[in-house]
Ligand binder design. Structure first.
Ligand code: MTE
Length: 304
């Protein structure tokens, strides 16, 4: 299992000393150049330097999207404590050899929990870098045995109105649903995360277990999962059903495909200060080398 990916970063990989030194030299060199060039280089160097520096725990847990608790960014931090996360189980059904309702303990048993430092790019144009703890979704799917006919994986979030105030408002057609093509689900970058910063997953981030697909817009990374279904048909997903032209099934991060109401060329890194506003959004959120082959020959504007 010695699979190595450039994007599977740990703390040691994030800011190698040499990279910092080089960037400082670039910035110092820039001082001798004309103003505009200096600015461009300086900004770019500064952006590169903290591109994969994780956000603080405070930032990651206080600015969230979890509409089951309200649509404000601070609502999840305020209300998600009402969600009961133990006991927890996931119903795994559809085209699998061993369907059933598995307890969280069962699901995690035998998994090696790894740290994965990933960029998270929300379709709304803000971004974070998060040190997740989790395991590859493929490990779980292999354990339950995916049948040959299966082509897609569908996911569902808990929908418990007594504990989730946001469910009283029909923003989307609850429960929150998401889906992946099977090869996307089996990709080694796709994880089920059970924590961050070495702690159990905070409720507002999708306790006790959520999906993380780092090359797609954040809404694909569905929180607080209670059901996983293997199917041969592209599943209905919450945001796609709500506005298909705005939110495609694929939702790969793509700076060349504008959202109908805004450009996707830039993003704002939460807590990033001076240089945080106009960071260039990268194709596949910077994971192009790892995932572009999944979409060979596909029109990524049409299949957005
Ligand atoms: N999952 C559920 N169940 N409900 C949600 O509202 N929001 C999505 C995604 N998963 C959402 C969800 C969106 S839009 C984003 S950007 C990410 O969660 C945000 O994850 P974070 O709050 O952990 O940063």
């Amino acid at each position: 299992m010695a699979r190595r990916y450039a994007s599977k970063l740990t703390w040691d990989d994030v800011t190698p000393r040499e990279a910092y030194l080089n960037r400082r030299q670039i910035m110092a060199g820039g001082a001798a150049l004309a103003g505009a060039t200096l600015m461009t280089r300086g900004v770019q160097a500064a952006q590169d330097a903290w591109d994969l520096t994780p956000n603080t725990l405070e930032q990651i847990t206080s600015y969230n999207n979890f509409y089951e608790f309200g649509t404000g960014k601070e609502d999840p931090a305020r209300h998600a404590h009402m969600m009961t996360t133990a006991p927890w189980s996931i119903q795994i059904d559809g085209m699998v050899d061993s369907p059933g309702t598995y307890s969280l303990e069962d699901i995690i048993a035998g998994q090696t929990i790894e740290e994965r430092i990933y960029r998270l790019r929300c379709v709304e144009r803000w971004s974070l870098v998060v040190p997740w703890n989790g395991f590859e979704l493929s490990d779980l799917l292999e354990r339950v045995g995916v049948q040959d006919r299966a082509r897609y994986v569908a996911f569902e979030t808990l929908a418990r109105p007594e504990e989730m105030l946001g469910l009283r408002v029909p923003v989307i057609d609850w429960p929150y649903r998401e889906g992946l093509r099977l090869d996307e689900a089996m990709h080694p970058l796709t994880i089920l995360a059970t924590g961050l910063y070495g702690q159990p997953m905070p409720n507002q981030n999708g306790a006790p277990i959520r999906l993380v697909v780092p090359w797609k817009y954040g809404y694909k990374s569905i929180k607080s999962i209670v059901r996983i279904t293997l199917t041969d048909e592209q599943p209905v997903t919450a945001w796609n059903a709500y506005a298909p032209n705005e939110y495609g099934f694929y939702s790969n991060v793509n700076p060349n495909r504008a959202h109908p109401r805004w450009s996707q060329e830039f993003e704002r890194r939460i807590g990033g200060g001076l240089f945080a506003r106009n960071i260039e959004t990268l194709m596949f959120n910077g994971y192009e080398d790892e995932v572009a082959h999944l979409y060979d020959g596909m029109d990524l504007i049409e299949f957005h």
